[in-house]
Design a protein around this ligand. Structure first.
Ligand SMILES: Cc1ncc(C[n+]2csc(CCOP(=O)(O)OP(=O)(O)O)c2C)c(N)n1
Length: 654
């Protein structure tokens, strides 16, 4: 039996010797490499946090005590240690364990996460609730140096330091966000490591002064003297001044030292911060050598570290990155802004080609947006390239700083729609809903790579004012054509005008609508409209649709609430449209994790479901397929009908 097999619960750890714990650490590393090589996931962050997680579980009593993992992408070890060892092989898979902590998955997951920089605020909330309820458990937040570039983390530190509340923040410092970490604080943290002798001296002074009766005054005096030279040798001065007692930095892979330090800190009152130094990707040479690549990765070969997933057509992400390079070549006002996602958003080439025109501002989406507004006000053409889910952080900046001032900022929303394995914290389900309300914002969604290129070109030139372009996490549906399409602002594209039904689709769903139309075409004529502009609506074409068709169907990879469909529905109502109107979109609920195509199928955003619906809508029940039911507006169908049966039904009718 391996050491790992002996762990069913973190209490089992308590009997391990130091030697056994270090063997367990190696087994866990092995297991995580093996699991992530099959399922994909956040490998490097987990490998760097093995000893830290073991030490925390050794010192704390989980689930009574609370650990809040920032982002939560490094929580695989925590999951293994808290009753989920056997299910770890299902992580990120449909119906398997989630890739992030979830309160509904285990009582050991004190707080659900996925977006960065929340842990300090959440842990302070948990500690405050504990004190209100006169409970005694410990609360620990684990925060990466990358997460510490986010403003929310400072709001938490500021509030926590003043609160004097008992809780511990562990700063897991590996010098990396996804890419190399950025910013002044990151430099400060590096400075702290320079000479640890000073650190020792300072702790000794602190301990010594603690013995005196009037210690606060003495410490104030001492720190006053320190002020003169603090910049050179006082570690953690930043945290100190915020009201945290700073410990460290210590080696985050030295298990006995971690255990000793954490145990000592658990005895101390007030807000405490432990700075641990770790190596991202520790123990797996390919991940240590390229922590960015192994931060979040698809399946790969364990021996070589090479990706095993088949090479498909380029992704929308790649097309966006390449097109921005092309645009920037001929327009030196174009700059790109990323919130710590250079590689994920396809900006690596841009960063290489124009290092002084790529701004990585850290995990700071609100700042990125306001900063871009400033750039635009100063005469530049900024493109913020960002995941849809993370733009949620910047809503006020979009309204107050960008749109209200009509500034020409282009927001490229990557991963709009369902993202797949990362699940509900990362699905870009809401951007149309929250952007629809912003006056003067042009919103576009390309149906393929050529259209994305055309949109980016238009956004950099002919379109005035702010622009948002949303595209999915997927390969483009077909290879790029030569040349560049012309895009008339606010104009939709229509495919055929026959039949009684029109499907108005946007973005990724145009291809779905075209395929469904193809499947039913031998019996039913269906028109398809590509609503490439979601704002403004093409009301000329919409009026034409209302006068020409009996049935109007909308389909979008966005929440059905306040997206394309509901906006069109509202418009049609105002025009007294007398036909039938049907909306397809992401249901008004949080969608789970799993393969993106599987999830789209499950919520009815696929060709099969739309085809079923079009058959039913056009009276095919009469041909003996009355059992056909379908998912509409997010409601589940009760029976799945195979394509063969549907084709049979269609040919029966003929
Ligand atoms: C609001 C938000 N923006 C971006 C991300 C994407 N993201 C996930 S982890 C990460 C880097 C985190 O770095 P750090 O906290 O240092 O953790 P590490 O992976 O280095 O251990 C980023 C940018 C996110 N999860 N949330």
């Amino acid at each position: 039996m391996t050491w790992l097999e002996k762990i069913n619960d973190s209490a089992d750890l308590k009997h391990f010797t130091a030697e056994e714990l270090s063997q367990l650490a190696e087994e866990i590393r092995h297991e995580i490499i093996s699991v992530v090589s099959e399922n994909g996931g956040h490998l490097a962050s987990n490998l760097g946090a093995v000893e830290l997680t073991l030490a925390l579980h050794f010192c704390l009593n989980i689930p009574e005590d609370n650990i809040v993992w920032d982002v939560g992408h490094q929580s695989y070890i925590h999951k293994i240690l808290t009753g989920r060892r056997e299910r770890i092989r299902t992580i990120r898979r449909h119906k398997g364990l989630a890739g992030f902590p979830r309160r509904d998955e285990s009582s050991a997951d004190a707080f659900g996460t996925g977006h960065a920089s929340t842990a300090i605020s959440a842990a302070l909330g948990l500690a405050t609730a504990r004190d209100h309820r006169k409970l005694k458990h410990k609360v620990v937040a684990v925060v990466g140096d990358g997460a510490l570039t986010g403003g929310l983390a400072y709001e938490g530190l500021n509030n926590a330091g003043a609160s004097k509340r008992d809780f511990i923040v562990i700063l897991n410092d590996n010098k990396m966000s996804i890419s190399k970490n950025v910013g002044a604080l990151s430099r400060h943290l590096t400075g702290i490591m320079v000479d640890q002798r000073f650190n020792k001296l300072r702790n000794e002074i602190w301990e010594l002064t603690g013995r005196f009766k009037r210690r606060d005054r003495i410490r104030a005096m001492v720190s006053h003297i320190e002020d003169a030279v603090k910049g050179f040798f006082v570690p953690g001065i930043f945290f100190d001044r915020l009201g945290f007692r700073y410990f460290g930095p210590i080696d985050g892979h030295d298990l006995p030292l971690l255990i000793k330090t954490i145990n000592q800190m658990l005895e101390l009152p007030g807000p405490l911060l432990l700075h641990v130094l770790t190596v991202k990707g520790k123990g797996y040479p390919p991940a240590e050598a390229d922590a960015t690549k192994f931060h979040g990765i698809g399946s790969f070969d364990k021996i070589t570290g090479k990706a095993t997933s088949a090479k498909e057509l380029p992704s929308y992400t790649q097309i966006c990155g390449d097109t921005l390079v092309e645009l920037a070549e001929s327009n030196d006002k174009i700059v790109a802004v990323t919130a710590a996602m250079t590689s994920g958003t396809g900006l690596t080439k841009f960063a290489e080609r124009f290092p002084d025109r790529l701004y990585d501002v850290g995990i700071a989406e609100g700042h990125a947006s306001c900063f871009a507004a400033g750039l635009a006000a100063g005469g530049m053409r900024p493109f913020i390239v960002i995941y849809s889910t993370f733009l949620q952080r910047a809503y006020d900046q979009i309204i107050h700083d960008i749109a209200l001032q009509k500034l020409p900022v282009v927001i490229c929303l990557d991963r709009a729609g369902l993202v797949g394995e990362d699940g509900p914290t990362h699905h870009g389900a809401f951007d149309l809903s929250y952007l629809m309300t912003v006056p003067g914002l042009t919103i576009m969604a390309p149906r393929d790579g050529d259209e994305l290129r055309a949109m980016l070109h238009a956004a950099s030139g002919s379109i005035n004012g702010p622009v948002a372009i949303r595209y999915p996490r997927s390969p483009i549906p077909y290879p790029l054509k030569a040349g560049l399409e012309e895009l008339a602002w606010g104009k939709w594209e229509s495919f055929s005008e026959d039949g009684e039904t029109v499907v108005i689709a946007c973005g990724s769903m145009v291809e779905v609508a075209l395929r469904a139309r193809e499947t039913v075409k031998s019996s039913i004529d269906v028109a398809v409209v590509n609503a490439r502009f979601i704002k403004p609506l093409d009301t000329v074409m919409l009026d034409w649709c209302a006068s020409r068709f009996k049935n109007i169907v909308t389909i979008e990879e966005n929440s059905v609430v306040n997206g394309l469909g509901s906006t069109i529905g509202g418009y049609l109502l105002s025009r007294n449209f007398g036909g039938s109107f049907h909306m397809f979109g992401i249901p008004d609920q949080f969608v789970t994790h799993g393969d993106r195509n599987q999830l789209l199928h499950d919520i009815g955003l696929d060709e099969d479901n739309l085809t079923d619906f079009l058959c039913t809508l056009n009276g095919l029940e009469a041909a003996g397929v009355s059992r056909l039911t379908f998912k509409k507006n997010g409601y589940r169908r009760t029976e799945t009908v195979s394509i063969e049966r549907r084709r049979r039904a269609v040919s029966d009718k003929e």
